[in-house]
Write a protein of this length. Structure first.
Length: 277
């Protein structure tokens, strides 16, 4: 975790000088909206359950997977929010749209795989426990399926690769993003035969880096494909029983496809364009 945080801070500092120059004389050149879908992969995680004297134990190295739910398009095609979806709302900080700040949201889903053979250690119902056993879903099941819900504030950079020769607007570009934020899960949990379909709440923090390609088939309409990676730390997941908490952390990777639309606040002159031959 310390190494990933150090690398994340180095990347932010590397972008700091150009970003600082923008803040001297900011020009809000427009904004954009994006919508799309994602697939996700997660590292193993240690799940720590605690509720006063009732229990305090850890399940080690639990595997988890996403739950894309793209079949929801067939069962309920009107509700486009059922699958793992993503949206972004951004504000451009210059006329050429090469720098921006955005709200970056991923409705990712996180499901701990049932029936894993794992080590469990700690105290349960007043008795010490330290064994390797199959974790049955009636004993413990954990999923953030109404969202692991990653919210970021991102700095966004964009570099043109190809420009429309006649009209002067960018056709293709490389895009990168770096940011941090909060996780707001709605978890579904079973513990010792009791279930809690949770409420949305702030449960921790997240760091993320994202990069990919953006393509404009038309002046204001664009397609974007990116990969994203980072670290999520859930320090306060609510669970069964008053005062019960779960904490766990993991690294994640995503593949994201988006459509987007630009709104320009100022007309850009042809002299301002950067033609890439």
């Amino acid at each position: 975790m310390q190494k990933s945080l150090f690398a994340f801070l180095c990347l932010l500092l590397a972008a700091n000088s150009s970003f600082a120059r923008l803040l001297d004389k900011p020009v809000f050149g427009g904004m954009y909206f994006q919508w799309g879908y994602n697939r996700d992969w997660y590292s193993k995680s240690d799940l720590h359950f605690k509720n006063g004297n009732k229990y305090d134990f850890t399940i080690y190295d639990a595997k988890a997977k996403d739950k894309p739910d793209f079949s929801g398009f067939w069962s309920n095609p009107i509700d486009i929010t059922i699958p793992q979806n993503s949206y972004r709302i951004g504000v451009y900080l210059n006329k050429k749209h090469t720098h921006a700040i955005e709200i970056n949201y991923d409705h990712a889903k996180y499901v701990v795989t049932d029936n894993q053979y794992l080590r469990i250690k700690g105290q349960l119902n007043g008795e010490a426990i330290d064994k390797v056993d199959t974790i049955r879903p009636y004993f413990m099941h954990l999923e953030h399926t109404n969202g692991a819900n990653f919210y970021h504030i991102n700095y966004v950079g964009q570099h043109a690769l190809l420009t429309h020769k006649k009209k002067g607007y960018t056709r293709a570009s490389v895009i990168w993003k770096a940011g941090a934020g909060i996780v707001v899960p709605k978890s579904d949990i079973i513990l010792q035969g009791k279930r809690l379909d949770n409420k949305f709440h702030v449960a921790g923090y997240i760091l993320g880096l994202e990069g990919g390609l953006r393509y404009y088939p038309f002046r204001n309409f664009f397609l974007e494909a990116t990969v994203k990676g980072g670290h999520a730390n859930y320090v306060n997941v609510l669970t069964v029983g008053d005062g019960g908490k779960i904490s766990h952390k993991f690294n994640y990777a995503e593949v994201i496809g988006l459509i987007g639309y630009d709104i320009n606040f100022q007309k850009r002159k042809k002299k301002d364009k950067e033609t890439v031959k």
